[in-house]
Design a protein around this ligand. Structure first.
Ligand code: G
Ligand code: G
Ligand code: MN
Length: 520
């Protein structure tokens, strides 16, 4: 059926998928931007906290290095005399845990023990000044940072407790994971000092190296921090994206539906003039000359070929497009037949099928008038075929319309007669001129006596009502002869001619015989 298959088939999955893709696009783009934004935000935070931590550690080192520098001139002097000066520094300076004096590679005096003896190895100190220890004999397993200043044989050492460093590393953002690196040693915010390769943060890794002391601060976040930040900070934005995505998806869906709907397809076909009139002659009783013709709509579909009306007329009726389609069909018929008007007998009947919807306003009158104006006066009789399957609801408008149509000389035929529910009152109300006996009754000829009786009654009724009769669907000579004997005025059917194209019809008009190659 053209209305369901006309969409090029391979595009069907795409049609179903497209609204989802269009809907997902703003969400995906938005998420990408949000992700990028969150990463930048974290990078900024990571760098800022590394910088602040480094500043704080420099401050601590300033404090303890001042102590060492103050004590340096005392190095080499006897310990018993200087140990009070060592303790004085410990007391005065907030971050100093201990102070020591060195002479010729030996730590010989300590603020804690007084005279002491321990070798000092240069290799322990990064750039000769800093040594990050995981612990010493006083506090094993507890981090300690040692600062050393040397001048010739003399040296002074001050230390700071790991707890101060831990506090510095805890200064900022609770989620950031800062590390203090000195030479090959590094310490995390829990105070663990380790040796070896430094772990690199998975997210927003940043590093700040002090310009004044040989240490670096590394910071960053654990895996999943970007997602966490997005979840906590952008839920409103995300909601907006989902709403935008939904709007985009639904809009796309409707747009596609509009473009591929039967209504749009019929509209397209109408604009492309794909609806063509086909013609089936109606013959007169006796000599079987062509007394008229019924115009039957065909759809010359660009891909599906010639489409029969029962496949698309119901859609057109449903959408209301049948009215402009019929108008176009009437114009086309007039254009095609008018130039050959001289080959038509005078009073040639042209039957146009209309539906009840046509009768709701007076435009049908204008269409009929325009149709008749295309032919010389009295050349053609326009007959409107109204199906009995769908009766017209009488109203002021229909009353006016049918009176005006009669004034114009337009005849009314009741199509498919016998299949519907029309009453005598109905026939009178719409001033019906012809009954077209449905082909199902004609098919009864040659059948059982009861069926024939029904057909006879229909014929009798119409002659009593003074109406003309057209028998439809005449296929055999037996049917033709039977209808003849029963005074049926007109016949139509494959026996005489099948519906044919305008070209074939015009060609056959001259000879009054259907061409050998008949169209369906
Ligand atoms: O030709 P056939 O297969 O040709 O027609 C099938 C049905 O379509 C018939 O019931 C006929 O009345 C209807 N039909 C054909 N052409 C038209 C038309 O132009 N308008 C309407 N409303 N019905 C039509
Ligand atoms: O408008 P209506 O419903 O009367 O349309 C006539 C329909 O009957 C069209 O579909 C036409 O093609 C079809 N038709 C016309 N003559 C014959 C015939 O002799 N036999 C059959 N089976 N159908 C016919
Ligand atoms: Mn008809």
């Amino acid at each position: 059926m053209p209305l369901s298959v006309h969409h090029r088939r391979p595009r069907r999955p795409l049609r179903l998928l497209l609204p989802w893709l269009v809907g997902a696009l703003p969400v995906l783009c938005g998420l990408l931007i949000m992700y990028w934004q969150a990463e930048r935000e974290l990078q900024g935070r990571s760098e800022a906290s590394a910088k602040q931590t480094a500043t704080q550690i420099e401050r601590i080192l300033d404090n303890i290095s001042a102590a060492a520098r103050d004590l340096l001139p005392l190095a080499g002097l006897p310990c018993v005399e200087e140990k009070l000066a060592l303790r004085d520094q410990v007391t005065r300076r907030a971050f100093v845990r201990s102070t020591n004096l060195v002479y010729r590679g030996e730590l010989y005096c300590s603020s804690l023990f007084g005279p002491y003896s321990e070798p000092v190895h240069d290799s322990d100190y990064t750039q000769g000044t800093l040594w990050l220890m995981s612990g010493n004999s006083v506090t094993p397993g507890h981090a300690l940072l040692v600062f050393r200043v040397t001048e010739g044989d003399r040296g002074a050492i001050s230390t700071v407790d790991g707890d101060h460093l831990i506090s510095a590393l805890h200064l900022l953002d609770a989620d950031v994971h800062p590390l203090l690196q000195i030479g090959s040693h590094w310490m995390d915010r829990d105070g663990n000092v380790k040796d070896g390769p430094l772990p690199v943060a998975e997210v927003a890794a940043a590093q700040v190296t002090s310009t004044r002391y040989p240490f670096s601060i590394h910071s960053g976040y654990a895996q999943g921090k970007v997602g966490e930040l997005m979840r906590s900070e952008y839920p409103a934005l995300f909601g907006l994206l989902v709403v935008l995505g939904a709007i985009a998806g639904v809009t796309c869906y409707w747009q596609l539906r509009r473009v591929t709907s039967p209504r749009a397809e019929l509209q397209r076909a109408m604009e492309a003039q794909e609806f063509l009139p086909y013609f089936q002659p109606v013959v007169r009783r006796g000599d079987y000359r062509w007394a008229g013709v019924e115009v039957l709509m065909r759809w010359q579909h660009p891909r599906d070929g010639l489409v029969r009306p029962d496949l698309f007329i119901p859609y057109a009726e449903h959408s209301g497009q049948i009215v402009p389609m019929t108008r176009q069909l009437m114009q086309r018929t007039a254009e095609l037949l008018a130039p050959h008007a001289d080959t038509l007998d005078d009073g040639f009947h042209v039957g146009i099928n209309i539906t009840a919807d046509h009768c709701q306003d007076l435009t049908l009158y204008d269409d009929c008038q325009a149709f008749l104006a295309a032919f010389p006066a009295d050349k053609v009789v326009l007959t409107l075929e109204l199906t009995e399957r769908k009766l017209i609801v009488p109203s002021e408008v229909t009353h006016t319309l049918f009176s005006k149509l009669h004034e114009l000389g337009v005849l009314i035929a009741l199509d498919d007669f016998g299949t519907g529910q029309s009453s005598l009152a109905y026939l009178q109300q719409f001033k019906v001129d012809y009954l077209k006996i449905d082909q199902s009754f004609v098919a009864m000829i040659g059948g059982d006596a009861l069926s024939l009786h029904i057909l006879d009654s229909v014929i009798e009724l119409s002659s009593k009502l003074g109406l003309g009769i057209v028998a439809e669907g005449v296929e055999t000579e037996a049917q033709r002869d039977y209808l003849d004997r029963h005074n049926v005025d007109f016949q139509q059917g494959y026996l005489f001619a099948r519906p044919m194209s305008a070209e074939a019809f015009i060609q056959a008009l001259a000879t009054q015989h259907p061409p050998l190659v008949v169209s369906h």
